[in-house]
Design a protein around this ligand. Sequence first.
Ligand code: FES
Length: 167
Amino acid sequence: MAVEKSRRDFIGMAFGAVSAVGGVMALGAMKASWDPLPSVMAAGFTTVDLSSMKDGEFRTEVWRGKPIFILKKDAKMKKNEARDVIIGNENYTVVIGLCTHLGCIPAYLEDTAIFRCACHGGEFDASGIQTFGPPPKPLVIPPFKIDGTKLVLGESGPEYKKLIGKV
Ligand code: FES
């Protein structure tokens, strides 16, 4: 009888232990599936070093699958305190390169320093402000943080918050 009871106790404890381990493993698996993948985490930020850019140079970067236009303003381009990203003594236009009308990607026309959208002829000046056609508002400034000569896209630094407060 006593042997039967201790056998039942043992089976009960073994079953409980297996259940507990299974529960912990299931929780671990659930947490792993909820956490963003490392590639997704990395895709959240894009760091761009602007130190090599020349006056008047335009480049396109990609952040979260969107084109980001970066234009280093030269002496001929009008500065815009409410929209320019200022690093040292240099002014940059940093905007998401998607037209605010219906989302086409405007082209940068170097000779006139404007962005023109081929879809419906919308135009934006060198600061990304709409100047012609159907776009209802300026090109959007993406969240950014300044880290020395680098721009960290995807992080809302104080300079970004200041610009957003002004616009
Ligand atoms: Fe750019 Fe219509 S989508 S003007």
